[in-house]
Design a protein around this ligand. Structure first.
Ligand SMILES: NC(=O)c1ccc[n+]([C@@H]2O[C@H](COP(=O)([O-])OP(=O)(O)OC[C@H]3O[C@@H](n4cnc5c(N)ncnc54)[C@H](OP(=O)(O)O)[C@@H]3O)[C@@H](O)[C@H]2O)c1
Length: 301
């Protein structure tokens, strides 16, 4: 990469990952981030994508926007598939025709969760819900459109921004002393700010080198693992230390908390390949949880 800042065009305006990228890139001399989003850039209308992206003159594209309403997707699969599948492919096609790399964000929900250990990239995908199927369609479309891609599968994303499990727990604890939280789904809680740091490294690597081993699918989650109940317990312990809301966590099975979409019991992703190829390892989820809760507490006080 030369001394000039490269233009990173990111899809989405107010999502967790795009907001985190804007914040982190401002501290980084390598990139200027341009966010493209609704209403002028709408993934529901894939035919408009090429012109909108070209107008931004990107050096690299980060495809971070998605239809992320996992339960709603069960009754709205067509719309989810247009946004997460067709539009993802259209973005990658534009990247291919511009001769630039695309970093595409995908999900642990492409797996069915039946494996007893963390998933590696070569494990067969078998989504058990509409959202997972739509995101898998996106992976296929990106792979078909261009070899110059890094598909980064992440999971259980939280941040000080937007809507996420961490913020929901803190909000509920303002009015309740105890909360029942699912304890039989295990995964890797992942800070969107840590994702942003990793994307900046991966994007720089793709721009600096044509090495095919930097391209393909990579798992990218916070280090360490836990259940939703473990995550909630950590959130409340951190919050209590800064005199914020906290609640006792009652551990329940998924069967006691039915949702329209089934979630994988095992969502854990092995991130060894990302570390080996890109030199990136995300921090421990517990430390990033503390950082996020403390930051939210500072805003409150
Ligand atoms: N959240 C998770 O737990 C999780 C887990 C695994 C993987 N992922 C993946 O990580 C990526 C980032 O997720 P996130 O947590 O940042 O999502 P998020 O906070 O739910 O934000 C979604 C973003 O997508 C944009 N978007 C949705 N529909 C759109 C459309 N039709 N046209 C244009 N933009 C649209 C939203 O736009 P507005 O700004 O206009 O609202 C928003 O910026 C996604 O690819 C997601 O599938 C997320």
């Amino acid at each position: 990469m030369n001394g000039l800042r490269k233009r990173m065009v990111v899809t989405g305006r107010e999502g967790q990952v795009v907001t985190s990228l804007i914040e982190r890139a401002a501290l980084d001399s390598r990139f200027e981030v341009v966010a493209v989003g609704r209403p002028d850039f709408d993934l529901s209308n894939p035919g408009t994508i090429d012109a909108e992206i070209r107008a931004t003159k990107p050096d690299v594209i980060v495809s971070a926007a998605a239809y992320t309403a996992v339960d709603q997707a069960e009754t709205d699969e067509e719309a989810a598939t247009v946004v997460n599948g067709t539009a993802a492919g259209a973005i990658a096609k534009t990247a291919a025709s511009l001769g630039i790399p695309v970093v595409h964000i995908s999900t642990d929900y492409v797996f069915d969760g039946s494996k007893m250990s963390p998933y590696v990239e070569s494990d067969p995908v078998a989504p058990i819900g509409a959202y997972g199927r739509s995101k898998f369609a996106g992976e296929l479309a990106v792979t078909e459109a261009t070899a110059n891609h890094a598909i980064l599968r992440t999971a259980w994303v939280y941040s000080p921004f937007g809507n996420n499990f961490l913020k929901t727990m803190l909000r509920l604890a303002e009015t309740r002393d105890s909360l029942k939280v699912v304890d039989d789904q295990i995964g890797n809680p992942t800070s969107a700010l840590d994702i942003a740091d990793a994307i900046l490294v991966v994007a720089a690597n793709l721009l600096n080198s044509g090495d095919p081993s930097l391209r393909g699918i990579f798992h990218m989650t916070g280090s360490g693992e836990g259940s939703w109940a473990d995550f909630a317990t950590e959130i409340f312990a951190s919050s209590a230390r800064c005199s914020g809301p906290s609640a006792a966590v009652g551990r329940i099975p998924s069967s006691a908390y039915p949702t329209p979409a089934k979630r994988p019991a095992n969502s854990r992703l092995d991130c060894g390949l990302l570390e080996a190829r890109h030199g990136v390892r995300l921090p421990d989820w517990k430390q990033s949880t503390v950082n996020t809760v403390e930051r939210l507490a500072r805003v409150q006080n």
